[in-house]
Design a binder for this molecule. Structure first.
Ligand SMILES: NC(=O)c1ccc[n+]([C@@H]2O[C@H](COP(=O)([O-])OP(=O)(O)OC[C@H]3O[C@@H](n4cnc5c(N)ncnc54)[C@H](O)[C@@H]3O)[C@@H](O)[C@H]2O)c1
Length: 469
């Protein structure tokens, strides 16, 4: 039990006792003392003063063409180039990476597709020059985690909209920095949570909005992906092995948003409800050391290195309105890939991994038969899947979801529409990174999750079923 709860319980008991004895109310006894709660003034409880007005539902001036500066052209960024040149209404104006071959290869993709070569940048801080240009509307970045917030904040401060890979922030300060800067500059910030656009996720969102599952009070998501080989790859893997470096320094769930984003949208988080608190536990770290022993030898530096990241992390988030979300992270254990995507309501449930299944009342003890499942999926196909699903599958990118995401982002910017994911989503989904770590280090004790919307969640409507023309 947390200190806060024990103190509250003590206060209740003491108040009852003091009333019975005709003593001064306990609140007066404590009034002159500084309360442990206020002394703590925990970072997650502090709501800093806003620097601008809310960007909930922000609409900006429409633009015929979205001029893009793309920063980070590694495994993910080079794929983003390939996709973005296939989205109508885009122009890749400038590209940057500290690896000059990556820049050259990206520009070849652009010119091979018949477009003008982008302006190339290769120095460590050249991303600043891209943000400072006056011929760019959107700074789109696929850099390592620690660069995400600094680049996005700098971009917004220079009048650009910012789109950023996941997770966009890894500390609470960064989460607030994104929110405060978006509000101060009235620029869009979108975290590129592509899993919100995967076909089954879109389908279940549509079913949820149509009441198929009743009231959804529980969901499960995950990022279970054996990345040991990639994390330990010295050449051709992550730039300077950034993911392994993070695993040396941090525990908790460093990568929560793939599983969390889609279910948070379904549950109306930040739009009618919000995260209240979480509790998080991790297993010991075993798998990375074992892998390093087998691959590099028992006395190798890799095997002797300390890694803080537990193999499996399980975090449970509770919302103010009493919903729970279980989120897992495991990039170490030898297991098939899973984001779970289980949603559970008063009339039925759906799950995606390891197999897409749905069960509905009155027969929810059994999963639907294939023909009933197929009919339901067809009936509730999301308009985005109907409208650009085929093209998205051809372009590819995790089966098409990456293209749908890029297409919608550019579409909304061109039309001057609010974006599907806003800075509040990014901040609250990413706050799980530092807060899960904090809870793990504190024996799984609960920790509050800040209201990054500063109350705007109360009057916001759950994200609707969006379309493109
Ligand atoms: N949404 C998804 O499905 C998905 C999938 C893979 C990766 N990601 C995310 O994408 C991001 C990039 O991952 P990745 O796998 O491409 O890693 P990566 O290491 O292959 O790519 C990062 C790139 O950033 C470049 N870079 C580093 N410092 C730079 C600087 N100062 N200026 C410009 N470029 C710089 C590196 O040279 C590298 O090319 C990460 O945030 C990751 O979590 C998301």
């Amino acid at each position: 039990m947390s200190t806060k709860n024990s103190r509250r319980d003590f206060l209740k008991i003491a108040a009852a006792g003091s009333a019975a004895l005709g003593l001064a109310p306990v609140s007066q006894v404590f009034a002159s003392e500084s309360s442990p709660d206020t002394e703590e003034l925990l970072a997650e409880k502090k709501i800093p003063e806003a620097k601008g007005k809310s960007v909930m539902g922000l609409r900006c001036k429409p633009m015929a063409t979205v001029r893009i500066g793309l920063i980070g052209l590694g495994m993910r960024g080079s794929e983003a180039v390939r996709r973005l040149i296939q989205v109508e209404g885009t122009e890749l104006v400038a590209i940057a990476d500290v690896v000059s071959k990556a820049v050259k290869d990206a520009n070849k993709q652009i010119t091979d597709a018949g477009y003008k070569a982008a302006i190339e940048y290769t120095a460590e801080e050249d991303w600043k020059k891209i943000c400072e240009r006056d011929d760019i509307d959107l700074v789109y970045q696929c850099t390592p985690w620690l660069l995400h917030t600094p680049i996005a904040v700098y971009a917004m401060k220079h009048g650009k909209h910012a789109a950023c890979e996941v997770p966009s922030a890894v500390t609470l300060e960064q989460c607030w920095d994104l929110v405060d800067t978006a509000e101060e500059t009235q620029r869009h910030f979108m975290m590129l949570e592509n899993c919100c656009y995967d076909f089954f996720e879109l389908n279940t969102l549509n079913m949820a909005r149509n009441g198929v599952f009743g009231d959804i009070y529980h969901a499960e998501g995950a990022y279970i992906h054996d990345l040991r080989w990639l994390k330990f790859m010295k050449e051709g893997g992550y730039h300077n092995m950034w993911r392994l470096e993070f695993s040396k320094l941090h525990t908790g769930n460093p990568y929560p948003t793939h599983g969390l984003g889609p279910v948070a949208q379904i549950m109306g988080i930040n739009r009618g409800d919000r995260f209240d608190y979480l509790t998080s536990v991790s297993t010991s770290q075993i798998g990375m050391s074992l892998y390093a022993q087998e691959k590099f030898g028992v006395n190798s530096p890799e095997a002797l290195q300390e890694y803080r990241l537990g193999d499996m992390n399980t975090t449970v988030v509770r919302s103010l309105k009493g919903k729970t979300i279980m989120i897992q992270h495991d990039t170490t254990s030898p297991r098939p890939y899973s984001r779970i995507h289980r949603i559970s309501g008063t009339k039925g449930m759906a799950v995606k991994y390891p197999e897409q299944l749905i069960a509905l009342e009155p027969g929810a003890h059994e999963f639907l038969k294939k023909e009933d499942f197929d009919a339901l999926m067809k009936k509730y196909e999301h308009p985005l899947a109907t409208q650009i699903g085929e093209k998205a599958k051809k372009v590819g990118g995790h089966g098409g979801m990456d293209f749908i995401m890029d297409y919608r982002l550019i579409y909304c910017l061109r039309k001057g529409l609010p974006l599907d994911q806003d800075v509040y989503d990014a901040a609250s989904w990413c706050s799980i990174v530092p807060l899960s770590e904090k809870s793990v280090l504190n024996r799984g004790n609960s920790t509050d999750i800040p209201d990054f919307t500063r109350g705007a969640w109360k009057n916001a409507e759950p994200w609707p079923i969006v379309t493109i023309e």
